[in-house]
Structures are given as C-alpha cells and as structure tokens.
Design a protein around this ligand. Sequence first.
Ligand code: PCD
Length: 787
Amino acid sequence: MFCNTSKEIGGLGHGLKRKEDARFIQGKGHYVDDIKLPGMLYMDIVRSPYAYAKILNIDASKALEIPGVLAVITGRDLEKYNLHWMPTLMSDTQMVLPTDTVMYYAQEVCAVIATERYIAADGVAAVEVEYEPMKPIVDAHKALDPGMPILRPDKGKTDNHIWHWEAGDREATDKLFANAEVVVKEQVYIPRIHVASIETCGCVADFDPIEAHLTMYMTTQAPHAIRTVIALVAGHVGLSEEKVRVIASDIGGGFGGKVPVYPGYVIAIAASVLIGKPVKWIEDRMENLQADSFARDYDMTCELAATKDGKIQGLRIKTLADHGYTDAAANPSKYPAGMFSICTGSYDYGVAFTEMDAVYTNKPPGGVAYRCSFRVTEAVHAIERMVDRLALEIGKDSAQLRMENFIKKEQFPYHSPLGWEYDSGDYGPALQKAMDIIGYDELRKEQAEKRKNGELMGIGICSFTEVVGAGPSKDFDILGIKMFDSAEIRVHPTGKAIARFGTKSQGQGHETTYAQIIAQELGIPAEHIHIEEGDTDTAPYGLGTYASRSTPTAGAAAAVAARKLRDKARKIAAYLLEVSEEDLEWEVGKFFVKGAPEKSKTIQELVFAAYTNHPQGMEAGFEATHYYDPPNLTFPFGSYICVVDIDKETGSIKIRRFVAIDDCGTIINPMIVEGQIHGGLTQGLAPAMFEELIYDEDGNMLNGSFMDYLVPTSVESPKWETGHTITPCPHHPIGAKGVGESPTVGAPPAIANAIIDALSHLGVTHIDIPITPLKVWNILVEKGVIE
Ligand code: PCD
C-alpha cells in the first residue's frame, strides 16, 4: 500500500482513527432532531390508508379544536401558492400534497402544525378524511394492460408507460443469439427494498419574515443542490437563492435515501413561511419505510450467449422497471436507468443489447440508488447470476469460466460494448487471491464429497466491476447542474488549515480522509486540518455525496487545490532561499535546494511567510479552491466468494465463510475502507436473504415496520474476511477510486450464487432474492428432498 509520510503527518495509507468518532461515540453528534429553536413548532403528517383513492373531503375541525394545534395544511392550501406539485430529480412531477387523488398507501394527505410533537400527532388522529377508494395498479406487469386506469393523465399520458431506454446494438446481438452454440436464459427479479438508516429523514425549516431568509436544517446528502431546487421551486414566493441557507450537520446514514426532496421538507418550508416560525418535521420509522423513495424493483429477462467451451460472446437483457406513481429516480438526467449499462460486467465480449421500460403503478416513487451507483447493483446481479448459470449449463467450474473470460490487464482502458471506458483493472489476481484465502479447490472437493451424502453445500462467486464517481460534466448532471465537486483550502498563518467541500459525509469519515489527502500533498499534519461540509453559506458549491463520488470528485479537488498551494509555496521558498523555482525539490512537508538539502523551508515557514514576508507583488494569504471535473468515472472492482451450508431438513441457510477482495486503487485510509466494506457487505446480505417490501393486491404495504421488515444485524452477519489488491486509477490525481458501494453491489450475487450452487444438482438454476429459508424449504419439498 502506498504510504510515504510519517504517522505524525498522516498522509495516504495511514489507518488514522476517525476524527469524527470522538463526538459520535460520546453521543455528541449534532443531528437535526437535536435542533431546538425558540418558538419552534412541530409538524406531523396525515397519510393515506389507500393506495389509490379520490379525496372527497378533509375535515380538520376536530383537530383544530385540540389546544396547541395551530394549523392543518392541505393540498388546496398549497395550490394557492402553486406549491402543491414539485419536480422530481428525473424531470417528472410529484405531489407535495394532493388536491384530489392519492396515489399510494402512506402518501402524505395533509399536515398538522402544533406547539408540541405529540399534540401534532393527536391532531393527525383527529383529522377526518373521506376517501373514495379505487382499484390500484400494484403489479407492474399489468400496468400496460388495456382497461387499466391511466395514473398520470396530468402528464398527458394515455397509458402508464414512462419511458423506453436502450443501449447497445440490437441487430448484432439478435444475430449472435440466433446462431450461438449455447444460450442461457433466466428471469431475474430484484424486488423493492428500502434504505434503513439509523436516522430517518427530517428537517427544521426556519423562515425569518423580517429578513425574508430561510435556514433549512435537514438530512440531505446534497445540500447545495437542495438550495438550488428550493430557489427554483419557491423563488416565486420570495425564496431567492441568496436568502436560502441549507445546513446538513451530522447525518445518521444516507445510503441514497437522503438524496431526494421529499414532500415533508417542502410542507415544512411552506408552514414556516406561512406562520413565520421555525417548523420541525422528523419522520418516524414507519413513515420512512412506507413512503420515502424505494430502491430496485427491476424485473430482468437475462440471456447470455457463449460457445460450448465457455467463451462468452454476448448479453441481452430486457427489463421492466416499476417506478411507482412518479419517476423520482435519483439518476443523472441523461441516464434514466442509471448506469445499468455496466451490466456487461468484468468480461471481454463484443456484443450486448439492453432495453428497459419503466411504468407507473400505485406505489411510492423512486428509485434511489441504495448503496449503488445508480442501478449498478441490478446490473451486477444480472451478469454475475448469468455467468454462474452458464457455468452450470456447460459444466465448467464457475471460477475457471470467469478467469477465462475476464478483460485482461493490458486491455485497459477497455471499451465496453455498451459504451463505457473502464479506466483500469486486473481481475484475475483479485479472484485468485480470494480463491487462495478461502481454499477454493479444497472446498470444491468437500462439496463433491458432501453431495454423495445428500448434504447441501454451495460456493458462490461474484467478480464485479463497479462504475462510480459521477461524473464528467459533458455527460453527467442532476437537473441540469453539472456533477463536478469542489474543495476550498485555507491555511492559517501558523500552518493549521480549514478545508471545505461540496460533498456531505453521512458517516463515511470525510473529516479524516480529506485531511489525509491534504496532509499528503502539503505535509501539514492531518490532525491540524479541520474539515467542514454541509453548510451552503460557507462551503463551495458541489453536488454532494452519493454514488461513491466523494473520493473521485471532491477528493481529487482536494489534491488539486493543495497542489495549487504547493506551487505558491514553491514561489515563496524560491524567494526566501534566493534560488530559482527550478532549483527546488519537494519532499513531503518542505522544499529544499537541489544538492544542498540543508537549505530548506518547511511548509509551516512558507505559509507563515505568505502572511508576513511574501515577495512584492504576490497576493497575500494561503488559500486555494478547485472545482474538479473528472475526466472519466472510476471503475473499482472485486471478487467475492461465499460458502453456504443448507440444512436439508429445514431449509435454513448458514453462511460459513465470506471472503471479499476489493480493489479501489490507491487507498487513503485502510481502516476506513475496511469499515466501509464491512458495512457494505452487511447491506448486501440484507437484500440477498432478508429484505423485500411486500404489497398486497390492494397496494397495502404488508411489512412497513421493523416488526416485519428484516434488517440484518451482527447476529445474522457472518464474519467478513476482507483483503485487497491495488490497481491505481490512471486519471485521478492520487490514483484513488470510490469504494463505498462496491460491497453492497458485490455481495448479493455471491450469496445467491452460493445458495443456488448448493441446490443446482437438484435442477435448480435460479432463485430470486431474498432467498429465505421458506423459499429453500419449498424447493426441497418440490424436489422431494423433504418428504
Ligand atoms: N476511501 C478511502 N480510499 C479510497 C476510497 C475511499 O479511504 N480509495 C474512503 C473515503 O475517503 C470515504 C469512504 O472511504 O471516507 C467512502 O468513500 P467513497 O467511496 O468515495 O464514497 P463517498 O462518496 O464518500 O460516500 C458515498 C457512499 C455511498 S454512495 C453510500 S450509499 C454509503 C457509503 O458511502 N453510505 C454510507 N458508505 C456509507 N457509510 C456510512 N457510514 N454511512 C453511509 O450513509 Mo449512495 O449513492 O448514497 O446510495
């Protein structure tokens, strides 16, 4: 691992303890719900018990009789200010509050404002809403059937189709499949799941009527973008962008779920503007699960074509995407299906075609990229399942099949058939390392032995390629705003610094790792570099933290801004040492004269001189800002191997071992990266074996609380065994790639492949996730293993 600074400086490669943890582990974090302002009011929301219904009447009279209830805000109230609809991130529109129809179970219907949180809740219980329920569309496959209600006539729609998207060469792919020696095909469904952060969403909207200024404290992964959206949506009621300040202080987990703008935020702002007092809204757990943006919900028909001896030749995937009643996917504008076209995976073949249709249903809008760089999870699941499916079909070992088809190291930068330029990779060694650690060959022997006795043991591999770090401004924007990111570094006269960023950590550890990047570039100890994010009044503009983009974009900006400062330091050193700039050499923390190392100036001396003794004509101070527009995305990768034992009497599944080898290029902080991988693997185990949002035919969510929605804890998690290879990113200033999402993308197919492998000799070729003991038990009964 690259590491050439002392522990005191703490540059790249040091496993520094996280600076932010001092406050987190002592309960001293500053979360939205900790904010208490004078005169603050509380909001609670009335939600629909129906998935699709006309609102005939809202009677708030009983609620308004409760002492402490001040107002009940309805869609009709917001309509007067043209605030009842808002744009989604995908250029669709979404109701803030409905005026006449509710579109999904748990949708916001109206909001109660009161002097206390519990009085607001009493108010919610007292509001009487009269509905006329209608038959909802729950099954995405039926959304386009004739006779179905048209859910979005307001959009001029005559059916429930949202968009069609495709990538690749349809004709060449069809031709290849028509003539291929082997074609394998599976229907792969990835159900709806939901982010389950420790902290739910919430805000305090604080409108000052005298200054006409709004301070919005909120749980957002993208504070600047939110400020701009507020100004664009509510500019006409006086919220002009210089008068809007968004502050995201500590956040208890984001995972993509805190990227969208939810109606609750907008209602709280409207209430604060109307009443002239601060209004707090904090979602409860059930509201979070039932109404905020969902993730996944792709039904994919996957086909892989190959030769008899296992040369992969082509991929074809057709997907039906259920977007709920509005397309609120948090994707870059140009990519309605996110980066799904990474689905060709880690393998070298020339032809692929993928197409997708998105439809409206009576479910909550979405979908968010839940720990997944815009639909990469779905893409990786598809290809990694299909490679195993092919191995089974042709009777080849699944590791060997992967090894034979990997894109080779010397083929990078590699142009994928669906249009990506993979920056760097070295896939074989990563898989080999995982195989060595887990003892792959012995495990296969053990499996063969066990099968003779009817014992069920499976080995599953996933060799994924991720695509993170959105993104180059020529292709990537959110609502028109280009996806660059920024860093601003100010070094004070005594050589201590503050640096501010356009991103926003939700637990990732930016306060530590950004400081390490600057420490590496300038030689100022990381300990003396204070990092700040999340306040739009002070931080430079940036697009925020999601899609594992902070390291690829803002991390790069930090390095470039620091290099600008180093250039300035060189000029000052030349002046102080009375030599030309070319005669100077840099060694972390100081400039010295070539051939005369005793003549040197430390960075601290040079910074001090920038305020006290700089050359005539040079601008004083020691500050730099950089807005970094990445030349490409970064393509981290990894190979995971999972071993499972299945009880043949009960179907219960035990993960015996799980080895994860990740490659994210240069590692900034190995301890943080390992922590990211542990957390991410657990979040990959979740959809593989536990999580799924279930709806009945009336559109009611059947498992909308933690009583029924299973989130794995350390009890359910195996011991994660992690390791790495390092293939630097060729275009990133420090060679780093993102890592935050890789484990969540790579784990589900490894686990699914292992379970399916354990049952494959019974004729099982695919099982949809989550693979529960009940699903396995049913299969064992069907196959006659359990009588
Ligand atoms: N790193 C290092 N090195 C490298 C890379 C990285 O060290 N090479 C580190 C950094 O610095 C940081 C981390 O690690 O600290 C991460 O990173 P990234 O990959 O860049 O990422 P970001 O941007 O920062 O973040 C984001 C991510 C995401 S996306 C998600 S989901 C998740 C993850 O992150 N989330 C979270 N992780 C986490 N963690 C925590 N704690 N929390 C949270 O919330 Mo999305 O799109 O939103 O769905």
